[in-house]
Design a protein around this ligand. Structure first.
Ligand SMILES: Cc1cc2nc3c(=O)[nH]c(=O)nc-3n(C[C@H](O)[C@H](O)[C@H](O)COP(=O)(O)O)c2cc1C
Length: 204
């Protein structure tokens, strides 16, 4: 597995999602040997809202999306960090999924991570598992993570601050290891010669 890209899906500056993304970065770097990690923060580097020019490959889209697409194409797997905003995924992350296609994400594993300030977090998982990958063919792995009470967990310092913090750290370590296994296994699927985007550019 050469590269995993993490998308921090909050459009808020200095978001808790970015904190969680950085925690996953460290976890991947220490647990999946030889894997580079790239973090895309949708707050620091906002992508323009999709418009018709995107499909004409207009120059301003080459500038805005081209470098991001190149990073995604070079990745073998993804972590999608999705904060719960009014029971939904934030618009910046939905926009990301309008822009990203099977060229970037197709038949690569995606680990979903929901983030909640309180006891929420199941809605972003349900929303993204239901409706974000029909055309881009991202393969969501079963063991998603929900980070609840986010301000009080995964903070700086080597030691967990509480039992909850210890449990979520263990869960993350487990899910990251599995993501690594899926990332190397799915390379064989992409190299199988079976994928036919020409006949089937869109999912049903
Ligand atoms: C517009 C908005 C709506 C929110 N709605 C919810 C919600 O429905 N459920 C929830 O658990 N937290 C909600 N939160 C709190 C976020 O979970 C909290 O900000 C947390 O830090 C994750 O978001 P962040 O990555 O943007 O920091 C909301 C936050 C914002 C800014």
């Amino acid at each position: 597995v050469s590269k995993i890209t993490i998308i921090s899906g909050s459009q808020r500056q200095n978001s808790q999602s970015l904190k969680v993304a950085r925690f996953f970065q460290h976890s991947i770097e220490t647990q999946i040997a030889g894997t580079a990690v790239h973090v895309i923060d949708l707050a620091a580097n906002p992508l323009p809202l999709w418009d018709e020019d995107f499909w004409q490959s207009a120059e301003r889209w080459q500038t805005a999306w081209g470098p991001v697409a190149a990073e995604l194409q070079a990745s073998d797997g993804f972590v999608i960090v999705a904060p719960e905003w009014h029971g939904m995924v934030p618009p910046a992350l939905k926009n990301f999924f309008v822009l990203a296609s099977s060229r970037e994400l197709g038949h690569k594993p995606g680990l979903l991570v929901a983030v909640s300030a309180s006891r929420g977090g199941s809605y972003p998982i349900a929303e993204l598992k239901l409706s974000s990958n029909k055309n881009n063919r991202l393969v969501y792995v079963p063991d998603h993570v929900i980070v609840r009470d986010v301000k009080n967990v995964l903070n700086d310092g080597a030691e967990p601050a509480s039992e909850e913090d210890r449990l979520i750290r263990e869960r993350i370590a487990y899910s990251v290891k599995l993501l690594g296994a899926y990332a190397s296994a799915l390379i064989a699927v992409r190299e199988s010669g079976l994928i036919d985007y020409k006949t089937y550019p869109f999912g049903m």
